[in-house]
Design a protein. Structure first.
Length: 201
């Protein structure tokens, strides 16, 4: 339902600020309209409700690949490039915060949002890159998991998704990126001397 309305940015900015301040479940469309200065009748010409705002933001983040491309160009190794691809969604999770990502999981379970589908769309779009970087790391002896790269990638993504869920359950009590990268290092069996390089990405 989202159009390129001049109100869209005002609504999204106001909504995201309110979601972070008050928690997703405590924010109403009326609150969003009041904060954004947009009449409710205008709100409903852009969004069908607050769930639609989250879907819009998630889609926009998924399609914004500019920073990731710059990070890929600056990466020094295939392992760093692999971590850059994962970083896109880990950054998104941390910027949203555990409470808001938890709300997204709830919307997913209620059938009102497709977080899994959004992640899978991203992975499909860049699957050949994921597979290429894993394969290169295996040939260089950086990744010591001998599995087929094309089969390892979706398993690594599923692992990351599970870590995100655990992080939400812990209410963001620890660094999502740190936990996710450590789990992926174990899964891919990254050479010991190269563990922790994600900290520089």
């Amino acid at each position: 339902m989202v159009s390129n309305s001049k109100n869209t940015e005002s609504i999204v900015c106001a909504a995201m600020e309110l979601f972070r301040e008050k928690g997703y479940s405590c924010v109403t469309v009326k609150d969003i309209c009041s904060k954004s200065g947009v009449a409710s009748s205008s709100f409903y010409t852009v969004f069908s409700g607050k769930d639609d705002i989250l879907a819009h933001v998630l889609t926009g983040q998924k399609d914004d690949f500019g920073d990731t491309m710059l990070n890929l160009l600056e990466a020094n190794s295939s392992l760093e490039k692999l971590w850059v691809l994962y970083k896109k969604y880990l950054d998104l999770g941390e910027s949203f915060g555990a409470e808001l990502v938890s709300a997204m999981f709830k919307l997913e379970l209620d059938g009102r949002m497709s977080l899994i589908s959004s992640v899978n769309d991203y992975v499909k779009k860049y699957n050949s890159w994921f597979v290429r970087f894993v394969d290169e790391c295996q040939r260089e002896g950086v990744i010591q998991n001998p599995g087929n790269a094309a089969e390892l990638v979706p398993m690594g993504v599923s692992l990351t998704y599970f870590v995100l869920l655990e992080w939400c359950a812990a209410k963001g009590a620890y660094s999502l990126k740190d936990r996710a990268y450590k789990e992926m290092e174990r899964f891919y069996n990254v050479r010991d001397s190269l563990r922790g390089i994600y900290e520089n990405i």
